[in-house]
Design a protein around this ligand. Sequence first.
Ligand code: SAH
Length: 233
Amino acid sequence: MFGWIIPPPKPSKKSKGIFFQERQRKITSLKRMGFLKSKALEEAMLKIPREVFVPFNYRDHTYEELPFPLPGKKATISCPHSYPMFYEAIELSPGDRFLEVGTGSGYGAVLAAEIVGPEGLVTSIEIDHDTFLYAKKRISLFKYPNLFLVKGDGGKGYLLNSPYDKICLTAACNKIPPPLVNQLKEGGKLITPFEVYGKSQDLILLEKKADGKITKRSIEKVLYVPLQGEYGR
Ligand code: SAH
């Protein structure tokens, strides 16, 4: 898969205690590397056991910087650093109305629900039936009344819960879906992996200024699965 070497699947043997220690160490290293800055995100990452969202046969590698395949056609659980990389850039905050396109494992959605808190709302959309069921089952282990799951084409957004303060795509597009820009509030931020000429991908931060003007800038080189659906490639 991509440029990573994924270890062979093997049933998980690690205990909750070991996972907790590994989680603490991961957070320390993400802070040291400059990915993780905000207290709200740090607390959410410490609270949510990421291993629950990793398929059982890859679970012992939960806190390594590797993406793992999920049930579904083109779904992976992203590397641990990608969540702070996305959420710090859009400044995901308590009270935000947040839209995630590509629920995948469900880990990012639960982290976001923890961050936005009871005053905020997370809407997360997944296009693949099997991936959707996988995420739903795991998310149901947690109690987040502020987390709303949708099965469908996230490129079209979800008008009913719009407008959004922040939007995040976890799959790469080569054209930012216009409905998502329309459903973004003025002053809002959208982040997405963006494929340049079928080659490399850039992580793009789009801002809709208070006067409605759009600005875009590239943050990093990244590698994500392709966006599917009407605005896919
Ligand atoms: N953040 C997720 C990443 C999942 S990979 C995680 O770490 O678990 C990207 C996901 O986007 C896949 O599950 C894929 O099925 C989904 N996807 C791709 N195109 C989509 C679309 N148009 N609408 C909704 N989900 C989409």
